[in-house]
Every structure is written in structure tokens, then in C-alpha cells.
Design a protein around this ligand. Structure first.
Ligand SMILES: [Zn+2]
Ligand SMILES: [Zn+2]
Length: 287
């Protein structure tokens, strides 16, 4: 059985296995040695954040039953996309595709911060008052749909092998759980890992209430996109224990920690002038 056949045949088990495995490891690590104390109880956080994950899986299954893998198969049949056109060795195609998909995810993340209407959707991810493994999966259903459409468009242009799409989705999922972990890596390990990959400390900076920190470290997998694009900040100004997680204006747990509040969050308030080019920062009382 070839690698591609293996991945296609056991796709569901591979996805589920990785999800449950990494979730269990991170969840346990957070209980044994948490990096920061939680402000909202773990029971409330997990039931509501995972409730949102459940809603999203349902929405995706109903709207896009063929999913990204189906689009990749269709593109391959039609001969669409760069990698279907050039017919490189499979291993090379897979590496190129995974790296390219990661760069698109980085750009998409910058986009949802830069455009005020899209920030309304994305702020559901940022409004979490704490930072743990479940934050990594906490996205508004409309943002999940937007992500899927951008991924479909990317696949049609790129023509990645089906196995690359599965690998990318599994890796993105695993990395999102890892780098949202409320955990502490040994400093030296963090430093070495960070040369290439996003670490929990690196992505935590992105969840700061301070605008310039929240508009940094957009990467999910590879750390190079932030470095070469000039959006990299190494550490939060107030330190990892002292920094405040979330968004200044949204601190009410009923609104940001409970599922109905999260679903309503994009539709609250006037469209503000919030945009990524606001690089200054200020304390809430000074703004
Ligand atoms: Zn973000
Ligand atoms: Zn995040």
C-alpha cells in the first residue's frame, strides 16, 4: 500500500487520532504545570469552547461535505493548479504544498486583523480571557466558512496532492492545540524550536490586549513568515505571567466565555476604526 493510499484509506482515524492524542497531552500538561492561572473556570471554558468546535464541525459537514480533500481530488482530475501541471516528485510536491498552504494561512490571518468587518469575526478567537488548548479551536462559524472558501481557492490554484491537504490539516490542527497551550517550554528549547516553528510563548504574544502585540506573530506553524514579513515580536512587554489576554473592550465572561455570547460577538457594537496599522498601544484608562 502506498503512502497516499494509506492516508486516504485511514483519513478519519488519522485526523481523530491526532486530535485526541495531542488534545490529551496538552490538556494534561496544562493541568499538571499551567503557565498562567485561569480567570474563568476550566469547566466553563472547555464546555463552551468545545461546544463551538462542535457547532463548527456540524456547519462544515452540512455546507461542504466533500471538504478540502474533495476539492483537491477534483482539481487533480481536471489537471488544475500549478502542482498538477508541473508533475514534480510526490515528496517535493507535498513539501511545497504544505509550506504554501501555511503561507496562505498566515496571509489570511493578517487579513482578518486588517479589515474591520473581518476582525469582528476573528475577535471571537481573541476575546477568550484565558489562553489554553481549547483557545486554538475557538473560531466563529462564519470565520470557519471564510477559511474554508479561501482554502478551496488556494487548492484550485495550487493543485496540491490530496495527501498534502490531509497532512496540512492534521498538522495545523495539532500545532494550533500545541501553540495555544497554557504551558512552559524550557527557554533553550523554545529558542531553538522558534527558529522554524511557532511555540506557545510566541503565539501567546498574539493574544495580548495590546494592539501592537495582537498585531504580531500571525503564524500558526512556521515562524519564518512573521520574521521575513516584519510582524515578529519575541516576548510580551509585561511578561507571560503579567500580560493581559483578550480584548480591552470585551471582558464580560457571559459575552466572551459562553457559547451564545461568542456566537453574537461579531454583531455587537458599531464598526470601529480598528485596523492593523494602528501600531501604538495604550493602557485602557489612557485611551
Ligand atoms: Zn489573530
Ligand atoms: Zn490564537
Amino acid at each position: 500500500m502506498s503512502f497516499t493510499e494509506f492516508v486516504t484509506q485511514y483519513e478519519v482515524s488519522i485526523r481523530l487520532g491526532f486530535f485526541i492524542g495531542i488534545f490529551a497531552v496538552m490538556g494534561l500538561w496544562e493541568i499538571v504545570a499551567p503557565r498562567r492561572a485561569l480567570t474563568v473556570s476550566k469547566v466553563v471554558r472547555w464546555t463552551n469552547n468545545l461546544g463551538l468546535v462542535f457547532v463548527n464541525s456540524l456547519v462544515l459537514r452540512i455546507l461542504f461535505p466533500a471538504a478540502a480533500v474533495g476539492v483537491a481530488a477534483f482539481a487533480a482530475e481536471q489537471g488544475w493548479g500549478l502542482l498538477n501541471y508541473y508533475q514534480l516528485p510526490l515528496a517535493l510536491s507535498v513539501v511545497l504544498a504544505v509550506v504554501a498552504l501555511d503561507f496562505i494561512i498566515y496571509l489570511q490571518h493578517v487579513l482578518v486583523h486588517a479589515v474591520p468587518a473581518l476582525w469582528r469575526l476573528h475577535r471571537v478567537h481573541h476575546a477568550d480571557l484565558d489562553y489554553d488548548v481549547t483557545t486554538g479551536a475557538r473560531f466563529h462559524p462564519l470565520e470557519i466558512i471564510l477559511s474554508m472558501l479561501i482554502k478551496f481557492a488556494t487548492i484550485v490554484v495550487l493543485g496540491p496532492p490530496i495527501v498534502a491537504v490531509v497532512i496540512f490539516e492534521v498538522v495545523l490542527n495539532a500545532m494550533a492545540m500545541f501553540n495555544h497551550g497554557n504551558v512552559r517550554l524550557p527557554m533553550e528549547l523554545d529558542r531553538v524550536l522558534r527558529l522554524l516553528f511557532v511555540t506557545p510563548d510566541m503565539h501567546r504574544v498574539h493574544h495580548s490586549v495590546e494592539d501592537n502585540e495582537a498585531n504580531s506573530n500571525f503564524g500558526f506553524n512556521l515562524s519564518i513568515w512573521d520574521r521575513i514579513s516584519g510582524t515578529y515580536i519575541a516576548q510580551p512587554r509585561e511578561g507571560h505571567e503579567g500580560m493581559t489576554i483578550g480584548i480591552h473592550q470585551y471582558r464580560d465572561p457571559r459575552q466572551v466565555s459562553w457559547l451564545p455570547g461568542m456566537l453574537a460577538l461579531p454583531f455587537i457594537g458599531k464598526i470601529s476604526g480598528y485596523a492593523i496599522n494602528r501600531r501604538e498601544w495604550s493602557k485602557p484608562d489612557a485611551s
